[in-house]
Design a protein around this ligand. Structure first.
Ligand SMILES: *Cc1c(COP(=O)(O)O)cnc(C)c1O
Length: 379
């Protein structure tokens, strides 16, 4: 049986978690949390990285820091995980969905401006599969209309757009370290801040509305309740698990890219013959092998392929029922313009197993069965 996902494990995780325990500091902002944050800051070049309990919570922090208010509108794709929308809905905002590009499954940057109204406050972009949105165009629109840009880079760590790390281009960047992501701490995430002006407010929001971070730095002699906030900091034991993987981030990235390229090589015959479509990586985008997907002809063919693979011990999955057609999406959002691609493309997309410990032989086996399904290989 080949699972769809296996959480990343490099071997040093337990030793580091043990060290965190021996440090007698297992709550938030211990040694490993600091090491992970500094690593991310150095690697991405962001001004400040705050480790969080999830990407969902990083997005919620971004919505708080962007001062999203009831009645405000936030533009985003409908083809995304629920957390992208929830963060703003929790603030009372209305979600305005626009269509995606069929090549990358990312928000279509050319449709954003027409969806802007006088209530629009922010654009939340999602870098699907670690492949960047067209950020130059998006930042230009945001600037012209005075909008905040939140990057849901849950899948985008170690990926870049024109040489800039995903998560560092907009005002706020959000990473996920869920067990299904390239680097993991079980549940966890990070908030990246581009501008100095958000750092102090972010530290306060993350620490229950107190100035405890300033207190720990010796800048104040007692900490007090200074603003609204919540508890968004992860345990240092979880950060210790993550740090073991960040230390090997290059290697993990290389392995994932090599598996991705191997899938591509072995399946490109399907694209050449017009049987199925493979992912597109636009010029200027460097991805991170987060996901390998293909697109079947339609939902019926996808269902048949999932079943075919399952009978052969391979678990392939699809995701993201478009938010605008889901019950909460109907309540909290509206789709601006025409749904030309979101529903259609989401019904065709199928994700193949992809994880750090996936072997070359397994990729060959899976790709072979997919080719077999399409009649390009005999058993
Ligand atoms: C995984 C994911 C999230 C949520 O991340 P958590 O860390 O599980 O909260 C949000 N957005 C996207 C696009 C994701 O892929």
């Amino acid at each position: 049986m080949i699972n769809f996902n296996v959480p990343p494990f490099t071997g040093k995780e337990l030793e580091y978690m043990r060290q965190a325990v021996e440090n007698q500091k297992i709550c938030g902002d211990g040694e490993f949390t600091g090491r992970c944050s500094r690593w991310i800051e150095e690697k991405t070049g962001t001004r400040k990285c705050l480790l969080t309990t999830s990407c969902t919570h990083a997005l919620e922090m971004a919505a708080l820091l962007a001062d999203i208010q009831p009645g405000d509108e936030v533009i985003m794709p409908s083809y995304t995980f629920v957390s992208t929308a929830n963060a703003f809905v929790l603030r009372g905002a209305k979600v305005v969905f626009v269509d995606i590009r069929p090549d990358t499954m990312n928000i279509d940057e050319e449709l954003i401006e027409a969806a802007v109204t006088e209530k629009t406050r922010a654009i939340a972009v999602v870098h699907y599969a670690g492949v960047s949105c067209e950020m130059d165009r998006i930042m230009e629109i945001a600037k012209r209309h005075g909008l905040a840009v939140i990057e849901d880079a849950a899948q985008g760590i170690m990926a870049s757009y024109k040489g800039r790390a995903l998560g560092t281009i907009g005002d706020f960047g959000c990473f996920s370290f869920h067990e299904t992501k390239n680097y993991s701490m079980g549940e966890g995430g990070a908030l990246l801040l581009r501008d100095e002006k958000h750092i102090e407010a972010a530290e306060i929001v993350r620490e229950k509305g107190t100035d405890r971070s300033r207190y720990f730095r010796g800048q104040v002699d007692k900490y007090r309740w200074v603003d609204f906030g919540s508890s968004y900091l992860p345990s240092d034991m979880n950060a210790a698990y993550l740090y073991a993987q960040l230390e090997l981030a290059e290697e993990i990235n290389q392995v994932r890219l090599s598996r991705w390229n191997r899938y591509y090589e072995r399946l490109k015959v399907l694209e050449e013959r017009g049987a199925a479509e493979l992912p597109v990586i636009p010029l200027g985008c460097t991805h991170n092998g987060h996901m390998f997907y293909l697109k079947a002809k339609d939902v019926e063919e996808r269902t048949a392929l999932i079943q075919f693979l399952k009978e052969r011990g391979i678990l392939a999955v699809f995701h993201y029922i478009p938010l605008h057609s889901a019950p909460a999406g109907l309540r909290f959002g509206r789709f601006h313009g025409e749904d030309r691609h979101t529903t259609k493309e989401s019904e065709r997309l199928l994700r193949l197993p992809m994880y750090y410990s996936l072997t070359e032989e397994e990729v060959d086996h899976i790709a072979g069965r997919v080719r077999e399904f399409y009649g390009y290989e005999r058993t």
